[in-house]
Design a protein around this ligand. Structure first.
Ligand SMILES: C[C@H](O)CC(=O)SCCNC(=O)CCNC(=O)[C@H](O)C(C)(C)COP(=O)(O)OP(=O)(O)OC[C@H]1O[C@@H](n2cnc3c(N)ncnc32)[C@H](O)[C@@H]1OP(=O)(O)O
Length: 724
């Protein structure tokens, strides 16, 4: 790939076209920043240049500052690696330039890209260009003046919404708001921008420096009221993320003391934020998510994905209908098969409700909803299966039933058809045992609700073909999931690594710790709900069934708690029947149910593991660690066994599948921040006190004692069973 560069061409009309060239998204890498400074200086000093147009090569203006530099800053712990762009380039060379500068924006202008454009004196955009400041998703705030210029261009409330929610808008919306001066076709973009720049030079159009504007900010008291509300909101929605409050503080500085003062404070706060663990975690997740697309011996061997136009889903239950919904929403034709018309109708109704729900929440237009529903057909036999490209089986977790279905599928589907199962625990080799199609059998493990949750665990066996894996990865992306390819074992990557999560929570209860305190400690750590509220949500039947699978697979380290059986016996089934550890009333948040306490006492009596018969005393931090360190321990086994391609895949899977806080970087990243040795010594201590459940794995022990990060690659010689 050619080196990132900035070019300048001066036309006969006296307009210099400065172009960013750094495919695929024209990220503002250090050489680009340096190139921009050079070219703007040159254009300013040249007598033959009357005006300037700034644009991006290849139909994309810019995806923002080069996020790789953040990683370098994190690695070196040296913030001085960040170049000065905000004042030196955007204020001095662009905004205060003696010649007018117009940004010709196309495709996307995000983060630093949009900030450069906002420093220009006008912005012309091609249709449907994506405009936004998503820096908060990386743990920082906009750092090239965006916190100051966006409110001055679109108004305070809209700017706060765009920054705090990292929500981008289209150029059409930008034009209505005043961020964009004109929307023109892609073909006309440069021509109109040149003329616009010349018009400004000739004073036929206004020469506007956004930083100097105040007309859209409202009065100081109005602005303070807007900021106050935003602070309250951010406190609720992003309690552990400092960048939200910091962003509001910086905006306020500019409103109270002027835009330039705001720019200076922004630069200072940016440098503080970029050094925090929040930014380290979020930047790690950004790259980790993109790395999941690279699977050795699948994506690097020259294969081309085959098109998947028609998919059959077997089973119209909660999972099946969610999976069908995800496909039809993305223009893939689905046949939904059920065993009788009553179940089929129920499945179709669930899909319709899923689609309607998206319309009600404003996430889908009625037109798109109608079109999606046209892509669905319900069937009761296999006659429609003769031309399907993929089948996803989503029936109950019964080995004989799945085996029967797969041998029927082998006969009913064409030979190229991918045969996928949505099982969350059963070994795929067993599912396909009665077929001779092992090369096209694969796991497509969705997370509930399947049309909403972003993770798709793609489970491969030793015999699944690379082509089939690539095809499913491609479909996964089309239906807007993040596909993570994993190996075959009980629970695969996510459920396997997290099986100790619910077990350790139940173990703590048996040791005398309060159920609701556990949930609250886990929520404060950053998961949206605690393990017991999750238990209520999943339903006790599911919990009992999956616990059994893990007890069977890992008897040496499984904790068998009587809690779920006792709850079931007392007629409770969690949220499903409105009676769980919490009470559920329509319109209000779940409330701890005190009437469950005698059941918990009975559970403690039956477990009989409290040392000296007395509840243990633990801090909130210990609660979190006693619940999550066993997860880290199991993650170590997942890494050692080669269930994931790389440690960061497990980070992504934990964030997207278990809602582990992304700002902590995922389970393995977090463990490395905490320190492998600390995790190891803590587990060792607890295993001596409370038994084998906490016993550190060999992998953890080795890494901790040798001082090797858990995320460091596993050498093939140390992989006990190569899965991938
Ligand atoms: C000081 C400033 O205020 C700070 C900043 O500007 S911070 C940066 C703000 N910008 C962002 O957050 C945008 C981040 N990028 C994205 O959201 C998406 O990549 C996108 C919408 C631009 C494009 O999405 P899509 O077409 O799906 O491509 P995607 O796979 O994500 O990216 C393509 C490649 O570009 C890279 N890339 C994208 N944006 C990048 C950036 N800002 N810096 C460095 N690399 C970037 C990706 O890592 C990926 O690399 P790979 O092919 O080696 O894996």
């Amino acid at each position: 790939m050619a080196a990132p560069r900035v070019t300048m061409e001066v036309g006969n009309d006296g307009v210099a076209i400065i172009t960013l060239i750094n495919p695929p998204v024209n990220a503002l890498a250090i050489p680009i920043v340096a190139g921009l400074k050079d070219k703007f200086e040159e254009a300013t000093s040249r007598d033959d240049v009357k005006a300037i147009v700034l644009t991006g090569n290849g139909g994309r203006f810019s995806g923002g500052f080069d996020i790789n530099v953040f990683q370098k800053v994190h690695g070196a712990g040296d913030v001085s690696l960040m170049p000065d762009v905000s004042v030196e380039l955007v204020v001095n060379l662009i905004e205060d330039c003696k010649k007018p500068i117009v940004a010709a924006v196309e495709g996307l202008a995000l983060g630093g890209g949009l900030e450069l454009a906002m420093g220009c004196h006008a912005r012309i955009a091609a249709p449907k260009t994506q405009l936004g400041l998503p820096e908060l998703t990386l743990g920082v705030i906009p750092g090239f003046g965006g916190t100051q210029r966006l409110p001055r261009l679109v108004g305070l409330s809209k700017a706060i919404e765009m920054m705090l929610l990292s929500k981008s808008i289209t150029s059409e919306e930008g034009w209505k708001l005043g961020l964009i001066d004109a929307v023109v076709t892609s073909e006309e973009l440069l021509k109109v921008s040149r003329l616009w720049a010349l018009d400004i030079a000739a004073r036929r159009k206004p020469w506007i420096r956004s930083l100097h504007r105040t007309d859209k900010l409202g009065s100081l008291s109005e602005a303070r009221e807007v900021l106050k509300l935003a602070r309250l909101q951010a406190k609720k929605t992003a309690p552990n993320m400092p960048q939200h409050q910091a962003c509001l503080d910086v905006i306020e500085e500019g409103i109270v003391h002027g835009g330039y003062s705001g720019v200076l404070k922004e630069a200072k706060v940016f440098k503080e934020l970029v050094m925090l663990d929040t930014s380290r975690g979020l930047v790690h997740v950004f790259f980790a998510q993109r790395a999941t697309s690279k699977v050795p011996n699948v994506t690097d061997i020259g294969l081309k994905p085959r098109g998947v136009r028609k998919v059959a889903v077997i089973g119209g239950g909660l999972m099946g209908s969610g999976i069908a919904t995800a496909h039809i929403l993305n223009n893939i034709y689905v046949v939904l098969k059920e065993v009788n018309s009553e179940y089929l109708l129920k499945g179709i109704k669930t899909i319709e409700a899923n689609v309607r729900g998206l319309v009600t929440r404003g996430k889908l237009t009625q037109d798109k909803a109608n079109n999606a529903l046209k892509m669905l057909k319900g069937v009761l036999d296999y006659s429609e299966f003769k031309d399907v490209d993929m089948v996803i089986e989503a029936v109950i977790e019964s080995v004989p039933l799945k085996q029967k279905i797969f041998s029927e599928l082998e006969k009913a589907c064409p030979p190229h058809c991918i045969l996928a199962t949505n099982t969350s625990t059963i070994d795929l080799n067993i599912v396909g045992e009665k077929t001779s199609s092992q090369d096209r059998i694969i796991g497509a493990h969705f997370f509930s609700p399947a049309h909403v949750m972003p993770l798709l665990e793609i489970v491969r066996t030793e015999r699944t073909s690379a082509q089939v894996i690539l095809d499913l990865m491609t479909v996964g992306k089309i239906i807007k999931k993040v596909p993570v390819v994993v190996g075959n074992c009980t629970g695969f990557a996510v459920n396997r690594a997290f099986f100790p999560y619910s077990q350790s929570a139940r173990l703590l209860v048996s040791l005398g710790v309060d159920v609701f305190r556990i949930d609250s400690a886990i929520r404060s750590f950053g998961l949206p709900i605690g393990p017991f509220q999750l238990l209520d949500l999943a339903g006790y039947g599911v919990a009992a069934a999956t616990s059994k699978e893990f007890d069977k697979a890992f008897p040496d380290r499984s904790f068998q708690s009587p809690l779920v059986d006792l709850l079931l016996k007392s007629g409770r089934n969690g949220k499903a029947n409105g009676k769980g550890l919490y009470t559920y009333e329509k319109g209000s948040k779940p409330k701890p149910d005190p009437s469950v306490l005698p059941i918990i006492e009975e559970c403690r009596r039956l477990s009989n593991i409290m040392p000296g018969g007395k509840p243990i005393s633990v801090t909130e931090k210990e609660i979190v660690e006693m619940i999550l360190f066993p997860v880290v321990n199991e993650s170590c086994r997942v890494l050692e066994e080669g269930i994931v391609v790389r440690a960061s895949d497990l980070d992504v899977a934990s964030v997207l599948g278990m809602s582990f806080p992304s700002y902590r970087g995922g389970i393995v990243f977090w463990a490395d921040v905490v320190g492998a040795n600390y995790v190891y010594t803590s587990l060792k201590k607890w295993s001596q006190l409370y038994g084998n459940f906490f016993k550190p794995s060999r992998f953890l022990e080795e890494r901790a004692t040798k001082g090797i990060p858990l995320s460091a690659p596993v050498s093939s010689s140390s992989t006990s069973r190569a899965r991938l």
